[in-house]
Design a protein around this ligand. Structure first.
Ligand code: CO
Length: 255
């Protein structure tokens, strides 16, 4: 097998959330028939939890090593990460360490890698959540100390420019925060709020932070809240964006 691909994810230990990772992996695999495939999870904690349940998921270095050992000469590594950030920096360094092991080793960009991606994502999110009187939707992203956190307020601007004051972006660990969301919702009075994860999977954060913390705090502010436990990876339009991203990358491995 001369060509190989790796779908690299942070990983999740929530079994129901795996669907989202696998849906994206399948969308990528369909784009590269004839390629050897490997899955990698970067989180050591998640790999340890899964190993405890009898499932061994390789790290990125292990997956790269397995492709090399299988005789792959041209390898494409596509992250399922939403944005550049600490995790992306790490997997970039890990990939670069294998540069000499392949004739071509190409690393793909995250889902929201430039202004065009953010505008397109805002437009598709706006279509997926049509406006309704007295309603709002709040998207919960992860958030980070890394400068790439700027993607979240940029996405909020993208939604505003789509004319959608009713679609709000917040983060668990970055900016904007839930306090910022509550402040923006307050002037409209109590609303029907749909809460949805702005993360690949509806995993631990969606269950603990979104359903367990954000929902009761929004309710305490008078809103009626419905939680959607659907990871972005489960949405066909998001899978399509990943597929397009991967198609760009494959061009590089086929040059
Ligand atoms: Co986290």
């Amino acid at each position: 097998m001369e060509r190989g691909m790796i779908a690299v994810s942070f990983g999740t230990s929530v079994p129901e959330a795996r669907t989202a990772v696998e849906a994206v992996e399948n969308a990528l695999r369909r784009e590269a028939p004839g390629y050897g495939f490997a899955r990698a999870f970067t989180s050591p904690t998640i790999r340890r939890v899964l190993a405890g349940r009898g499932e061994r998921v390789p790290s990125l270095a292990e997956a790269l090593e397995s492709l090399r050992a299988a005789g792959v000469r041209r390898a494409a590594v596509q992250p399922t990460h939403l944005l550049y950030g600490v995790e992306y920096d790490k997997l970039k360094a890990e990939t670069e360490a294998f540069a000499g092991a392949f004739d071509v080793l190409a690393l793909g960009r995250p889902l929201l890698a430039d202004t065009g991606d953010i505008k397109r994502f805002a437009a598709r999110l706006s279509q997926a959540y049509p406006p309704a009187e007295g309603s709002a939707a709040v998207f919960m992203g992860h958030g980070t100390d890394h400068f790439a956190n700027a993607v979240y307020p940029a996405l909020q601007t993208g939604l505003r420019l789509e004319g959608r004051e009713d679609l709000l972006v917040g983060t668990v660990e970055g900016w904007p925060s839930l306090e910022d969301i509550l402040r923006q919702l307050a002037p409209g009075g109590p609303r029907r709020v749909t809460l949805a994860p702005l993360m690949l999977v509806a995993g631990d954060h969606a269950r603990s932070d979104m359903a367990g913390d954000w929902k009761p705090r929004l309710e305490a502010a008078g809103h009626t809240v419905r939680c959607t436990l659907t990871g972005l990876g489960e949405l066909p339009w998001v899978q399509e964006m990943y597929r397009e991203r991967f198609a760009e990358l494959l061009k590089k491995t086929e040059e």
